[in-house]
Design a protein. Structure first.
Length: 360
């Protein structure tokens, strides 16, 4: 009987001398393992748990040593999968989307997937067209971030801050009622009663829910909402410029106010700059509460009191639910409720009775 070849230890410095590109077969010969076993380990396939950890470690060490990577194209053909996800997003660079996408990317990388992102800039025609273009590139499903989908899609969809009741869409939604209560109760307890508000743009998927929740919370607390202190955001941008013109509009009214609830952090940062340009100090003369807790909120001057959405975790949750659906899960949730948190920083103080905000 011929002697069985001794397997080279994972730490062996001897190089493969075949002169051929490293293949699964060659790696198997080097490790004295079957190509099937190596494939299970490198693809982290469901059957990998039956393989001893020591063997898995040897395979991974050898793959690193010889810079071997499984053929993505071969894997796609074998499983009839593209291992790609389409992500629909208003803007690729705004703080909200960046943090959600970081969570999505974290999970997809762990699971051997990647994503194709399409920025629709809230244009209705692009929201309709991009899913078709992404399906032409064989994506397996979609994650829609703050995207106003109007109907179901042929593939599984998970929406972050999106529609509530569309067939085939799992929605990850903030508890807006709780968020509104946290924001207004904080201002109320500081002593604020004359409060101004920014309403979200009509095309924002969260705008209506957030505004209705603020009205309900104000009613519960006995805070009167004055129409002249409510400004509807208009610009289709994701920069501080969004909130800057709101201040001029509010200051042009005759009614003074001591606090402002912003639609989001980006608009709040623009409003702080506008107040400063009118010689109105934040928070000494007017307090501001933001929404989202984007990464820049803690580093602005003053740092922003805000309602935190766990944006990174919302992204990881969206990706995990979508992958579960792609793997055949039948009991996936229709809605996932996200609990908000009040983060108190420097932009809120008790009202200054000597100088409520008004046109100077």
């Amino acid at each position: 009987m011929p002697k069985r070849k001794q397997a080279a230890p994972a730490g062996d410095k001897n190089e493969l001398s075949t002169g051929r590109p490293i293949s699964l077969k060659i790696l198997g010969e080097y490790l004295d393992l079957s190509p099937a076993t190596i494939s299970l380990v490198l693809n982290n396939a469901p059957g990998v748990r039956s393989i001893p950890q020591e063997t898995r470690d040897r395979v991974l060490a050898a793959a690193r040593k010889f810079d071997y990577r499984p053929s993505f194209y071969a894997r796609s053909l074998r499983r009839k999968q593209s291992f790609s996800i389409g992500v629909l997003v208003p803007e690729l660079s705004d703080g909200y989307s960046v943090q959600v996408m970081s969570g999505i990317e974290e999970v997809l990388l762990e699971e051997g997937y990647f994503y194709l992102a399409a920025s629709h800039r809230r244009k209705a025609d692009l929201i309709e067209e991009y899913p078709r273009l992404l399906m032409d590139r064989s994506v397996e499903g979609f994650i829609a971030i703050d995207t106003a989908l109007k109907h179901s899609l042929p593939l599984p969809v998970v929406a972050v801050a999106g529609p509530r009741k569309i067939e085939g869409v799992t929605s990850i939604l903030l508890d807006h009622r709780r968020a509104a209560e946290l924001a207004l109760r904080h201002l109320y307890q500081l002593g604020h009663r004359q409060i101004a508000f920014m309403r979200g743009q009509t095309f924002s998927s969260d705008a209506d829910d957030r505004w209705k929740s603020l009205l309900a919370a104000a009613k519960e607390l006995g805070i009167e909402v004055y129409p002249e202190l409510v400004v509807q955001l208009q610009l289709n941008i994701s920069s501080p410029e969004l909130g800057y013109p709101v201040v001029q509009q509010l200051l042009s009214q005759k009614r003074p106010f001591t606090a402002l609830v912003s639609f989001n952090d980006i608009a709040a940062i623009g409003a702080i700059r506008a107040f400063r340009d009118h010689n109105i100090r934040v928070p000494e003369d007017v307090s501001i509460v933001g929404f989202d807790d984007i990464q820049g909120a803690a580093y602005h001057n003053p740092s922003l009191t805000t309602i935190r959405q766990p944006l990174h975790n919302m992204g990881t949750t969206a990706a995990r639910i979508l992958l579960q659906r792609l793997r055949g899960a039948k009991d996936y949730p229709e809605n996932v409720a996200i609990v908000p948190e009040l983060i108190i920083r420097e932009s809120t103080l008790p009202p200054n009775p000597r100088r409520p905000a008004r046109q100077s």
